[in-house]
Design a protein around this ligand. Structure first.
Ligand SMILES: Nc1ncnc2c1ncn2[C@@H]1O[C@H](COP(=O)(O)OP(=O)(O)OP(=O)(O)O)[C@@H](O)[C@H]1O
Length: 507
């Protein structure tokens, strides 16, 4: 039986821990109320909960906050998928999506069934911190593998892996120890925690302890390993995580056996693949449908040709309105800062070389989109052997933009497809060999780049660049901006309230 929260104090705790970024968005508030088991009888309840003054005033007593058992999302991801199709929010997916949903439903049922054994409930779980857990494990070594296997979903671009994983994740109670995070973001977080525990004998074990204290169910979007530093720690990190009972759900474009293919020191990475296969069911979505291609009409944010630079500048000017663009600086991680050549009104302007031809990475890009919601990027080149590293950075940049539902305006030397025309997987290159003579006329063969990792990920980038110009994506961007603004207004109101009241907002 799933538990609802037992008191208003717990509700606020759940709210604070789970939804702090969105504390006062009505939609999120309603979701927290429902997920934590409050019976919402009256819209006024929601208004009360979502009002910062109310939260601060502590007038609601525990008795007044009705608690139910909270078995709301009865049915799980399959039922929710059908509901969304019936509501016209999704198109009736191919059989491969339904097959994948069955796997997610299996996991959902097992998790609900074994929630107590897996210590999923935040309130019944151990309160040992990462470091004390580590000390404890020195004294009492023990392994507590979860009885439940996770799920590693892989397959082609735009086939709905992320959408399905999110649907599954959102069906699970909010008071569970669960996290959904992009893989890049997760690894950045791991590295910054490692930095913090530098002097400890086995910092990875402490970091794994901290992560598993926060989340037993770990959902990682776009699992992909391109960095040798990540490759070398993943096996030990995940051994510790699995040892602490963590259940992994991941999406990826690569089958487990193809992860970090041809990477440096790959032999040291191979044990991770074995661990992953042992602790997760690997399921290939098997669909060839790219749902991004179903999005509606293109909007004019992607300009082809060098002469379009003036169009880009015009568009940028329109977006910043009356504000004057000037050089800015944003904080990235661990005190690092990124110089923004021009920025105003949430929009940043970069020449391609400044962002993708310098030693920058996912951390810098995440930092940038903490402060900006729109990027104007001038001069994206055709990629090939000569600028392979820049191509990797551009792929990462597009992933971060997409993850943040930000807007990309750019000028480029070709359409998204043409940009990556010279990047090939080994299989592409083999198929192409007999046709070399015709191809060489069209492309400069000396610039062909045979790189399996890039050859696979380019499809995702092309698909995303296309979707990022669609009406649906722009609507999602607008909704995200509105939600962020609401949440900022609410936390400003909170700050004022706190300074007036002089007390803590949450017990
Ligand atoms: N059945 C569906 N009906 C409508 N839209 C869908 C459906 N399935 C997926 N989509 C939409 O298609 C787009 C791509 O889906 P999603 O990002 O989940 O694919 P993916 O497999 O994770 O892609 P990638 O490998 O590039 O990350 C999203 O906007 C998603 O909402």
């Amino acid at each position: 039986m799933r538990r609802g929260v037992r008191s208003f104090r717990q509700f606020r705790y759940a709210f604070q821990r789970q939804e702090c970024n969105y504390s006062f968005s009505l939609v999120k508030c309603q979701k927290v109320l429902i997920d934590t088991g409050y019976r919402v009888t009256d819209n006024a309840d929601i208004d009360k909960f979502s009002c910062p003054k109310f939260i601060a005033s502590r007038t609601l007593t525990t008795d007044a906050a009705r608690v139910s058992n909270g078995d709301v999302n009865e049915g799980g991801p399959l039922v929710e998928y059908e509901r969304r199709i019936a509501a016209g929010e999704l198109v009736d997916g191919d059989s491969c999506q339904v097959g994948t949903l069955r796997e997610l439903q299996r996991l959902y049922d097992e998790l609900v069934e074994s929630a107590d054994a897996c210590k999923l409930d935040r309130y019944t779980a151990s309160d040992k911190s990462g470091r004390s857990r580590w000390l404890w494990s020195r004294l009492m070594p023990q392994s507590s593998y979860s009885p439940i296997k996770g799920l590693y979903l892989y397959g082609g671009v735009g086939t709905g892996k992320t959408m399905l994983m999110d649907l599954f994740f959102n069906q699970l109670p909010v008071n569970w120890r669960k996290t959904r995070i992009h893989f890049h973001d997760f690894m950045l977080n791991v590295h910054s925690r490692l930095q913090k525990h530098k002097g400890v004998a086995d910092p990875l074990e402490v970091v794994a302890g901290e992560i598993s204290d926060e989340a037993i169910l770990l959902c990682l979007d776009e699992f992909m390993v391109t960095d040798v530093a990540d490759a070398l720690i993943l096996n030990r990190l995940f051994r510790h995580l699995f040892n602490n009972g963590v259940i992994l759900v991941a999406t990826s474009n690569r089958a487990p056996d193809n992860l970090y293919e041809r990477g440096l020191q790959r032999d040291l990475f191979l044990p991770f693949i074995a661990t992953l296969k042992e602790r997760c069911v690997a399921h290939e979505i098997g669909s060839a449908v790219d749902y991004r291609k179903m999005t509606s009409a293109q909007h004019g944010f992607y300009f082809v040709g060098k002469e379009s630079s003036s169009l880009l500048k015009q568009k940028f000017q329109q977006l910043i309105g009356e504000e004057k663009a000037c050089p800015q600086e944003v904080e990235v991680v661990m005190g690092r800062r990124l110089q923004v050549p021009l920025g105003a009104n949430g929009c940043a302007y970069f020449p391609f070389e400044e962002l993708c031809d310098k030693p920058l990475g996912a951390a810098d890009y995440f930092g940038l989109f903490n402060s900006f919601h729109t990027l104007a990027l001038e001069g994206v080149p055709i990629f090939g052997l000569h600028n392979r590293t820049a191509a990797y950075r551009f792929v990462t940049l597009v992933d971060v933009i997409y993850e943040n539902r930000a807007i990309l305006l750019c000028t480029a030397e070709g359409s998204p497809l043409e940009l990556f025309d010279r990047i090939l997987t080994i299989a592409d290159a083999q198929q192409m060999a007999p046709r070399t003579s015709t191809r060489s006329r069209k492309n400069d063969d000396s610039d062909l780049c045979v790189d399996n990792e890039l050859g696979f990920t380019k499809d995702r980038t092309i698909s995303r660049l296309t979707e990022m110009n669609s009406k649906e994506y722009l609507e999602q961007h607008a909704a995200m901006l509105a939600e962020k603004q609401l949440s900022e207004e609410a936390s400003n109101a909170n700050a004022v309230q706190a300074s007036v009241g002089g007390g803590s907002m949450f017990i």
